[in-house]
Design a protein around this ligand. Structure first.
Ligand SMILES: COc1nc2nc(N)nc(N)c2nc1C
Length: 309
């Protein structure tokens, strides 16, 4: 029995990784569900073999009284904004003046959701929090566990903290508001509010019903300590660990490539299955990021281009 329970844990973890991180499902959803139900039954009959990171442990039972406060080890900063080509060329000129010409950028879609921080100890998900004011956020671990794209266990037993965006796909948002309209309930204004509202629920069963997802885009603390020399490689490392990161990212040699990327997604934005409110542009190499440093509230090596409202 214990052997079958261990086998099911491993299988379901691998199937989840293939589905949520590699976007390459290896089994039909029905097979996944069937194995999950077999594991639920085995765990019910043998509770002593329930692993804390078993996929059956995603939806906790109890309704919380409130959310504990969590102080982020590394502050969760905000990005300065750019609204047009001139802002972006200014950003690029300042960087060139500071560090010379041999730098390049990484461009990512800016997901219109809720910033989250996830902490793992020896590869196991132990705590998740909102950004809050950047220094102190709220512990929403129970709600974040219900997000199937968030791994309960990593592919390496590492201890680290990552940052990302929790979001509600457009389809889920439309279905949720349709259900609420049928019940005469107040509608959510947009997917970001719906995601934030879902993660602020004290009953994890509600969050579990909202079909949220996430993209992870950074580690807390400095990337160098992982022996990785830049952001582009870091995103690959995060995927190897088991985190979903957004596939539409591009490595851009010059600001002209960045502008082309922005052009492309200004056009293609409506085809995405989730809302984005901009494009995040980062100088790739950590050595360059260190040289450029931070202002009081945001990195000098990154900027968010915001789509016109
Ligand atoms: C380096 O700091 C950041 N990086 C980010 N990257 C992406 N893709 N999306 C964000 N919202 C984001 N926000 C911040 C503060």
């Amino acid at each position: 029995i214990e052997q079958r329970i261990a086998e099911l844990n491993t299988l379901l973890h691998e199937y989840g990784y293939a589905y949520y991180v590699l976007d390459k499902p290896v089994v039909e959803d029905s097979v996944y569900d069937q194995l999950l139900h077999e594991l639920i039954a085995l765990e019910e009959a043998n509770p002593e073999f329930i692993y804390p990171d078993s996929p059956t442990q995603r939806v906790g039972g109890m309704v919380l009284e409130g959310f504990k406060k969590v102080t982020h080890e590394t502050a969760m900063l905000s990005l300065s904004n750019a609204f047009n080509e001139e802002d972006l060329r200014d950003f690029d000129r300042k960087i060139e003046q500071a560090i010379g010409k041999n730098y390049s950028y990484v461009c990512e879609l800016k997901i219109d959701g809720l910033a989250i921080s996830l902490r793992y100890e020896n590869g196991v998900f132990v705590q998740g929090a909102t950004r809050g004011d950047g220094t102190v956020g709220e512990d929403i671990t129970a709600n974040l566990k219900t997000i199937r794209a968030i791994p309960l266990r990593l592919n390496e037993p590492v201890t680290l903290e990552v940052r990302g965006e929790a979001y509600m796909p457009k389809k889920s948002f439309e279905n949720l508001n349709k259900r609420r309209a049928e019940k005469g309930e107040e509608l959510f204004a947009n997917p970001r509010n719906a995601a934030a509202g879902s993660l602020r629920q004290l009953d994890p069963k509600i969050a579990a019903s909202r079909n949220l997802s996430t993209f992870i885009y950074a580690v807390g603390g400095d990337g160098e300590s992982y022996g990785i020399d830049g952001h582009w490689e870091m995103l690959k490392y995060l995927e190897e660990l088991g985190f979903p990161s957004n596939k539409e990212r591009e490595y851009c040699e010059t600001i002209d490539d960045v502008l082309a990327f922005i052009e492309k997604w200004t056009e293609a934005r409506p085809n995405l299955s989730y809302e984005i409110d901009g494009i995040v542009i980062k100088v790739n190499r950590y050595a360059h990021q260190d040289e450029l440093g931070f202002t009081a509230k945001s990195p000098r090596w990154a900027i968010a281009y915001k789509f016109p409202a």
